[in-house]
Design a protein around this ligand. Structure first.
Ligand code: AMP
Ligand code: MG
Length: 414
């Protein structure tokens, strides 16, 4: 008799998975290795930025009061008494009618409070003239205008992108505390599987899921451990799964979670005494996606069908990993776009369609079956069509999940 499974909504499945996440702890890495990691300490400004009043232009620093009354007919003359570039500090204190030639980034010399750009002067070398008055602090980049000492700048849990790295460098973080990366294992199950390097023989196919998931992990900055492929044999698969689960924080298996005669993952979960969070999700593809927890370790049982496997990773594995790392943005970024072609096939379950999104419209990426490989390659997004009895017409606004965007969203927006 075929076991009856009760499907749960996708949002509930995501919720159940995330709830089980256990914090991984933290480690220190060199700033240069921090890109793509999750920050595990808040960043406060330890000093003002800029740290001193400085010139935002190449020009001349003057005392603004000396420019009062300047005009085309009444040009004011300044004697140039010093010359500084960025990184230098003038030793002079500027007196009435004097100026210092100053380059972008150099601190304003004592006595000065404004900067006249080169273009606003007639320059004769030892002196300049100007034709308009300047106000105090005109053309001055003020100490602390960007960040003030004590300001909270970046929260713990943030994704470290190049801008984050710039802030960390500004405040002297040669090392950064980041979330530890999970140890993730991949095991591809199926007697039909060949390794990438093997020639095709009748009845067999090459394992595409294993390398695909490894790449999905790489996209998150995580290198996986591969447990290779196992034939559909209960005892042999159990032994590998048991060992892999001991050696990893997360074990991702592909295939064998359905109700076929050679689908042994359900029996393996039972033997392990695992807590099965769900084994049926109201979605296409990937309704058989199963997530279990055993001894605090996640076991993700993804469908063997490549499109289902891919989608299962993005919907469930990705947010679980991010939650373990204490990330604040767990979900795929979400937008809406115009459906570029009719999608006739109705479905009672929510459908995720591999698609090409161009910033305005979104187009299904070809052959649309759960066993498709080509559409994964052609897509950069997933169209989300709520379940129902009708299809969808071209021109309809639809929900879209974006793939491969380095920073996610902080809400499950569907
Ligand atoms: P299963 O989930 O084991 O019932 O497999 C569903 C379908 O996906 C079958 O047609 C399998 O041959 C195929 N499949 C399973 N594992 C893989 C894999 N690692 N790479 C490519 N296709 C797979
Ligand atoms: Mg199988």
């Amino acid at each position: 008799m075929v076991e009856h499974r009760k499907p749960i909504p996708v949002a509930e499945a995501v919720e159940r998975v995330i709830k089980k996440a256990q914090a991984l702890g933290t480690e220190r890495v060199a700033l240069g290795d921090s890109y793509g990691r999750i920050l595990a300490e808040p960043v406060k400004a330890s000093h003002d930025v800029p740290p001193f009043n400085r010139s935002p232009y190449d020009g001349f620093a003057i005392r603004s009061q000396d420019s009062a009354g300047a005009s085309g007919e009444n040009r004011k003359r300044f004697e140039v008494i010093d010359h500084i570039g960025a990184g230098a500090v003038s030793g002079k204190t500027v007196q009435e009618g004097e100026a210092v030639r100053i380059m972008t980034g150099a601190p304003l010399p004592a006595g000065t409070d404004s900067v006249v750009m080169f273009e606003q002067t007639v320059d004769s070398g030892s002196s300049i003239t100007i034709r308009k008055p300047f106000e105090a602090l005109e053309n001055v980049s003020l100490q602390g205008e960007d960040m003030q000492k004590g300001d909270a700048i970046i929260e713990s849990g943030s994704f470290i992108h190049p801008g984050t790295v710039a802030v960390l460098a500004t405040f002297g973080y040669a090392e950064v505390i980041v979330a530890r990366l999970p140890v993730v294992g991949i095991l591809s199950t199926g007697t039909e599987l060949l390794d990438v390097s093997e020639p095709l023989v009748p009845g067999k196919i090459r394992n595409s899921n294993g390398p695909m998931i490894a790449a999905q992990l790489m996209r998150m900055g995580i290198r996986c451990r591969t447990y290779g492929m196992s034939a559909d044999d209960l005892d042999a698969s159990f032994a590998v799964v048991k060992q892999a689960a001991e050696e990893t924080d997360i074990l991702i298996t592909t295939g064998g979670v359905s109700v076929g005669d050679f689908d042994f993952l359900p029996a393996i979960y039972e033997r392990l005494g695992a807590d099965v969070l769900f084994n049926k999700v109201a979605m296409r593809p990937g309704s058989v996606t199963t997530v279990a927890v055993a001894n605090g370790k996640y076991l993700f049982g993804l469908s063997g069908n490549p499109s289902a496997c891919f989608t299962g990773f993005e919907l469930f594995v990705r947010p679980a990993i991010l939650k373990m790392m204490g990330a604040d943005k767990l979900y795929l970024p979400h937008t809406q776009a115009v459906l570029a072609e009719d999608f006739e096939k109705p479905n009672p379950f929510t459908r995720f369609i591999r698609a090409a999104y161009d910033g305005a419209s979104v187009q299904p990426a070809g052959f649309n079956m759960s066993n498709a490989v080509s559409s994964i390659a052609r897509g950069n997004a997933l169209i989300v069509l709520p379940g129902g009895t009708r299809g969808y017409q071209a021109g309809t606004m639809v929900d879209v999940l974006l793939l491969g965007v380095e920073e996610g969203s902080n809400e499950w927006a569907l």
